[in-house]
Write a protein that binds this ligand. Structure first.
Ligand SMILES: [Zn+2]
Length: 163
């Protein structure tokens, strides 16, 4: 989360592993195109579906809990799921080219800030969400994203952009 809090991922597939292994074994021992093979196949498929159900349910409960504890009555914004939130420095906005999943911490090559992979992404998501909200309300993007226009005399004319 943007405040640095973390939630451990529940390992539902790992928990179901022994049962899945047994069901796979049972299926492999059934004669092809027999009724018993079909039964074993659907038993295995149901077990996989249960893992997916548990994941979905858990995500739903966690997101509801986060909203209840922090954001009830606040604004909600959806963020593009393909936004490069992991690869962008939440401090200076520099975007790096690669970020393999095994990299959990990294230093920004531009500003030198040390980032936790997920907390950095959470901060970017928060910033994106706030920007989207401004757009939805008919406002511009956040002022820090618009370079100030300075004329030769050094007068800040950025006010003109907003009128
Ligand atoms: Zn940076």
């Amino acid at each position: 989360m943007s405040d640095g809090a973390k939630i451990a991922a529940p390992r539902f597939l790992r928990q179901a592993e022994r049962k899945l292994k047994r069901l796979h074994r049972e299926l492999s021992r059934k004669q092809k195109s027999s009724a018993n093979r079909e039964k074993a196949r659907s038993k295995l498929a149901r077990q996989y579906a249960r893992v997916a159900d548990r994941r979905r349910d858990w995500h739903h409960q966690e997101s509801t809990r986060i909203i209840r504890e922090n954001r009830a009555g606040r604004d909600f914004a959806k963020v593009d799921r393909f936004a490069p939130t992991t690869m962008t420095c939440s401090c200076c906005g520099t975007r790096v080219k690669h970020m393999p999943l095994r990299i959990r911490e990294w230093d920004c090559p531009s500003c030198g800030m040390r980032h936790d992979r997920d907390v950095n992404a959470a901060r970017n998501i928060l910033a994106l969400g706030r920007r989207e909200r401004l757009n939805a309300c008919g406002g511009g993007v956040s002022p820090e994203c618009v370079p100030a226009v300075v004329d030769e005399a050094g007068t800040d004319r950025s006010e003109g952009i907003w009128t």
